[in-house]
Design a protein. Structure first.
Length: 94
């Protein structure tokens, strides 16, 4: 599990350098090692959103809202991702 955290940290550094595809690759590896790494999953979704891969980002955030329903960030990110994607809905979590 320590390796997943290391990859997550490296991915955040790459994200800060705007090396988005490289960051995505490291986050994929981190999530292969530890699929329950919620911070890595959230970062993965945020970066996909920044890359305008909104459908993928939305699916990740929906998964996170199920895994961590009291965590506000996935809900916030969903609202951000739904707006430009024109996927306005009355039941976004259904």
């Amino acid at each position: 599990m320590e390796k997943a955290q290391e990859l997550y940290s490296q991915a955040l550094d790459l994200f800060g350098q705007n090396k988005l595809e490289d960051a995505v690759q490291l986050l994929r590896k981190a999530l292969e090692i530890n699929p329950d790494h919620l911070d890595a999953m959230e970062a993965f979704g945020v970066i996909l959103g920044k890359m305008e891969r909104l459908d993928e980002a939305i699916e990740i955030m929906k998964q996170l809202t199920g895994n961590a329903p009291d965590w506000i960030m996935p809900h916030t990110n969903l609202s951000i991702f739904y707006f430009p994607s024109h996927l306005f809905c009355t039941n976004c979590y259904g």
